[in-house]
Design a protein around this ligand. Structure first.
Ligand code: SF4
Length: 364
């Protein structure tokens, strides 16, 4: 007989009911990390993290049996143990965001079936994260939440549309489209997953798991090598594009690294990095790809903003802000030797490219 509870929970493994389910199975930590019976759960746990590193999203599996559901469910705590043994804060954020994004997509799907389960899943999430949600009378697509709950989970969403002043507020309730409510749930999921990571995993357990963590570290290393010393990358659906990020100034590297890790970046920094990259020769599509890890990524809006900065449709192409402007907005993080010689991030880039080329010519 199919275990529908496990099938449901394995797709939302961060729920408290999922931890309870795992507890009830009686499987111990020792079983999970050593027993041959859980080898597939361990492999899937490792894959969750590798998918997060490579794609910025954990792939949801098509579950066809109860045994597969259990494997999937167990792979989640195992992945958390692996992330904790590696202890890299960037990986923690990237992994948490990748799980949250996958859950967001699954929630969108599960809440659009056209059946009564659409509302069930919404209520389940609202209860889980303590956010009251009411459907508006006669409405399937509009909900409302108390403004205190709204503020609690939108603090990190920078886009103007999330500002309370831009929402309809009535009797202390904020109206939202269903998909917007799910976007807020994504924030709550991200915070929950990230909250206790890294776990305090004893060194002897991490030692047993060296084979798994070794593979993950290799993957991280590959990404860092491939996409520059600063440890960030430019991802695109068709592969990767690297101009020469190793020559980017500290301010731009810092913003890019935050974007990659899914950290919310202020508008002034987004503007600076977009203008810089356009001037450094990246295409608009390549720049839009970089924003895909942002927690509040909205493809249409991002395209509009990038095109605006690029001066498409007859507008003026913006140039990247100078070091003085970067300082004014708190976006200058540099104090290296080159920073002292330039007054513009693009000058830094050009100078560093030139030096690099001279060094290469010398060693040839
Ligand atoms: S000094 Fe200029 S180039 Fe260096 S980090 Fe600051 S803004 Fe960037």
């Amino acid at each position: 007989m199919m275990d529908w509870r496990a099938i449901h929970l394995c797709l939302y493994p961060f729920l408290s009911a999922a931890s309870k389910y795992v507890e009830e199975t009686g499987i111990t930590l020792d079983n999970l990390i050593r027993s041959g019976a859980f080898r597939y759960a361990r492999l899937r746990g490792k894959d969750r993290i590798i998918e997060a590193i490579r794609d910025g999203k954990v792939r949801k599996q098509v579950i066809i049996s109860s045994a597969q559901a259990e494997t999937e469910l167990l792979s989640y705590p195992f992945a958390r143990i692996l992330v904790s043994c590696i202890g890299d804060e960037r990986l923690v954020r990237r992994y948490a965001l990748s799980e949250a994004k996958a859950a967001y997509e699954k929630l969108l799907e599960d809440s659009s079936t056209g059946s009564s389960s659409d509302t069930d899943i919404m209520y389940e999430m609202s209860e889980e994260f303590g956010i009251r949600v009411d459907f508006l009378p006669g409405e399937r697509e509009q909900v409302q939440v108390p403004f205190v709950d709204y503020l609690r989970f939108t603090a990190n969403l920078r886009d103007k549309r999330w500002k309370l002043v831009n929402r309809g507020l009535e009797k202390g309730m904020v109206k939202l489209r269903k998909s917007e409510f799910i976007r807020i749930i994504q924030e709550a999921i991200y915070e929950r997953i990230k909250k206790d990571l890294p776990l305090n995993v004893p060194a002897d357990i991490c030692k047993v798991l060296n084979g798994y963590t070794g593979d993950i570290k290799k993957e991280l290393e590959e990404m860092r090598k491939k996409f520059g010393d600063a440890g960030f990358d430019f991802e695109s659906g068709s592969g990767f594009l690297v101009k020469d990020p190793s020559c980017f100034p500290p301010c731009i590297s810092y913003i890019l690294s935050n974007l990659k890790e899914g950290v919310n970046v202020p508008h002034s920094a987004r503007f600076a990095v977009t203008a810089f990259l356009l001037n450094a020769g990246l295409t608009e599509d390549e720049i839009i790809e970089i924003y895909k890890n942002s927690p509040d990524f909205d493809a249409e809006r991002t395209r509009y903003q990038v095109e605006h900065i690029a001066g498409d449709k007859g507008g003026v192409r913006y140039t990247a802000p100078s070091c003085a402007t970067m300082r004014t907005y708190g976006n200058c993080v540099g104090n290296d030797e080159l920073c002292e010689r330039v007054s513009h991030p693009l000058s830094y880039y050009k100078l560093k490219l030139k030096r690099k080329k001279e060094q290469q010519d010398k060693s040839n």
